[in-house]
Design a protein around this ligand. Structure first.
Ligand code: MN
Length: 133
């Protein structure tokens, strides 16, 4: 057993996010064939991910504020603090803050067989898509 060295907060890579987003890894694989990743992700109002999918799916748990999310082909929907959302493997989606609220969620997903293929990033979510709620 050990206390894991803290990882510095990372500001969003702009290729993958719109607006200001901060990432704090909480759990990452430590050894062997472990796959678990847990990140605390903080979004400024209106900030969101680009469209993307996860090779082995993802679970999101909103801990602060109000989230907006959308699956490809679906409507934008709101997720409240305390709610959990499951995204199946390969399903294209985005997640972010409501326009007028900060939002914090835990993002939990397993690495793909090739860890570099865990998340497939696609195009940005346009303002028009974001507002079609
Ligand atoms: Mn996701």
């Amino acid at each position: 057993m050990k206390i894991v060295d803290p990882t510095p907060t990372v500001k969003n890579p702009p290729d993958y996010f719109t607006g200001d987003v901060w990432l704090d890894p909480i759990a990452t694989p430590q050894e062997g064939d472990q796959r678990m990743n847990v990140l605390n992700v903080r979004f400024a109002p209106g900030a969101r991910t680009a469209w993307h999918s996860h090779d082995r799916g993802q679970t999101l748990h909103v801990t602060t504020g109000v989230a907006w999310m959308q699956f490809r082909g679906g409507q934008v929907f709101e997720v409240q603090t305390g709610q959990t959302v499951y995204i199946p493997p390969g399903q294209e989606h985005w997640h972010g803050a409501a326009p007028d609220r900060f939002m914090v969620h835990l993002a939990m997903h397993e690495n793909a067989d090739d860890p570099a293929a865990t998340t497939t990033w696609l195009e940005h979510v346009t303002d028009e898509e974001y507002r079609l709620s």
